[in-house]
Structure formats: C-alpha cells, structure tokens
Ligand binder design. Structure first.
Ligand SMILES: [Zn+2]
Length: 334
C-alpha cells in the first residue's frame, strides 16, 4: 500500500504567491489549472486553465491532456474536487489551492463529485492563502465548522465499529482527528473568532491528512456523514430545491449522532450541546428549518442513513421512524 501525504503545506496570508516556487521544488513544469468562474480572478498565472464544469460535462479524453505534468485546483469545493478527480484519471500529481474552507476535501484523498465517493491520491501540495479565504463567503466558512465537528462522532463511530465488529482501527489517526475538532470547538467557544478562518483551514487540512494517513475516511466520516449523504439522496429523489451545503448537513448530523453516543456513555454527557453551541457561534444552521428541510425529510434521512454505505456506526441496523423523530425532537433539530 502506498500512502500519499502532501509534501508541502503552506497556510498563510499571501500563500498563493508561492505556487511557482513550489512547482519548481516539485520539478513540475507544465500544470493545468482547474478553476471556477468566480475564482478565476485568483489565477494570475501564465498556465493553461479550464473551468471545472467543462470537465464534468464530458468524458475525459486523456489525449487532450497529454502535455500536462500536474493539475492545480484553484477555487472552492467543486473546483478542488474536480481537479483531484482529473489528476487521478490522468495519473499525475494534484496541487490544492483552496479559496475557501467549507470541507476537508481541500486536503483529503477523497473524490466526491459523484456518490459513492472514492479514494484517489491526496494532493502533493496544499497552498491555502488565508488572505483569500478570509474574504470568501461567510456561509462557506460556517459550513466548514460542520465538517470539523463531524470528526468527533466519526471517531466515536470508528471506535464502536472496532469494538463491536472488529474493524481495523488506528488510535493515532483517531486521536489526531478528534484533537483537531476539540481544539477548534474550544477556540470557537472561547474567542471573538478573529482568527477563525485561519484556524478552520488548518483544521480542515489536518482532517484531510488524517484521512490520507488512515487510508480511510473513517477518522472524519461516520454516522453524521451518512445522514448528510441520505439528505443528498432524498434531495435528488424528490427533486428538492434546497441549497444546503455538505458541511451544514454534517454539522446537524453531528448534533444528533453525538446525542446517541451520549445516551450510551455517561462520560460524553453534554457533548451535543457543546457541538450545537459551537455551530451556532459561527452562524452555521442547527435546525431543520435553518437548513431548509421539512421535518419529514429529516426523519426519513435518519431512518435510511444506515443503508447508505456498509459502515458500522451508532445507527447500527437503523432507526425506526419513531426513534428518528424522537432523536430530532430531543436535540432541537425539529
Ligand atoms: Zn465531509
């Protein structure tokens, strides 16, 4: 098994100016930039460029990309995800240059443009310009918090799967991932948030690296992600016009799943309240209404979440609709 972790990670104001220097260090000479229409303004380089939606709408013909030796994704979640996907298809390295921090895909090896998501290679370099990220839409930065609190329930679920199903478990990855989340939660609850954007991007990068090291999304994706994927599935199935974000859905999932863990473990008492408070503090949604879903959809998502993928979690063999309703009500989600 070959595990790829980033060779260069730069998180600072003005980081994007170091892109060419990093390319030189990596001996990469002919990159192709993948970006979005809103983030094109950050691509002030003399390299070829393509919009991510142009890649997604057609089959990838490798012959068209033969001259490139790496892909640079500059932009939000979709540009990064598509760039990572293209690099994987072309078997060339990927450099991640996020312009916001809404999920841990900025550093992880996971490609999630379509479900089911799959494991590609982690970026060879991550260049996160905190000056740019600070100016990105507040809503995206709020959503990022939801993808970080997820680590808490993801790790609890992973431990549970180890105990109840003998699943392979890495204590070091688990502690790394959990600590990242705990530190950000404590920072958010005890500060005026002036450094939030920078702490958040560091946490998301760390979270992505935890996934790369574990070679599994387990450290950062458990029942709360199953709930979010279930919501995505229902959005598509019922053609719901809800524009909720991945991190927002995961955050609400984490409130509910941590409550389920709390019920089985006294040491966790108060956990879901703390998570909810941290989400509220960064203005992330904590209720179905704020997320834009009717309560019936939340209940349905909760009751199908365990079937989304073969992953043992606190949901075990699933919640009945009655149990799902009670969970959503007791946590104030509906
Ligand atoms: Zn996620």
């Amino acid at each position: 098994m070959i595990i790829i972790t980033p060779r260069y990670t730069i998180i600072e104001d003005g980081a994007i100016k170091k892109l060419e220097e990093i390319l030189k260090k990596l001996n990469l000479k002919n990159p192709l930039i993948v970006t979005g229409r809103n983030t094109k303004k950050y691509c002030k380089f003399s390299f070829d460029m393509i919009y991510y939606d142009e890649i997604l709408t057609s089959e990838i013909n490798k012959q068209n990309y033969i001259e490139y030796d790496c892909i640079i994704g500059i932009g939000g979640g979709k540009a990064i995800d598509t760039g990572k996907y293209l690099a994987y298809k072309l078997k060339i390295p990927f450099i991640s240059v996020p312009t916001t921090a809404s999920n841990d895909g900025i550093a992880s090896p996971i490609v999630s443009i379509r479900q089911p998501s799959f494991m590609a290679d982690a970026p060879i370099a991550i260049i996160a310009d905190t000056e740019i990220i600070k100016k990105s839409p507040k809503r995206l930065l709020s959503a990022g918090m939801g993808d970080i609190v997820s680590n808490i329930t993801a790790v609890l679920d992973w431990k549970l799967a180890h105990k109840e199903k003998g699943e392979k478990y890495s204590e070091s990855s688990a502690i790394f991932s959990k600590t990242i989340a705990k530190e950000l939660i404590n920072y958010v609850l005890n500060s005026n948030l002036s450094e939030y954007h920078s702490k958040l991007v560091k946490a998301l990068v760390g979270s992505g690296i935890a996934i790369a090291i574990a070679n599994s999304s387990r450290p950062a994706s458990g029942s709360e992600h199953l709930f979010s994927h279930a919501l995505d599935k229902l959005k598509e199935e019922y053609s719901l016009e809800v524009n909720s974000l991945h991190g927002e859905q995961c955050g609400i999932g984490t409130i509910m799943m941590s409550y389920l863990h709390e019920k089985e473990n006294k040491n966790l008492s108060g956990l879901h309240e703390k998570i909810k408070m941290s989400l509220k503090k960064v203005n992330a949604p904590t209720t179905a209404k704020e997320l834009g879903f009717d309560e019936d959809i939340i209940i349905e998502a909760l009751s199908i979440a365990h079937k989304i993928r073969d992953r043992w979690t606190i949901l075990r063999d699933g919640l009945s609709r009655k149990e799902a309703r009670r969970l959503a009500e007791e946590t104030g989600v509906i």
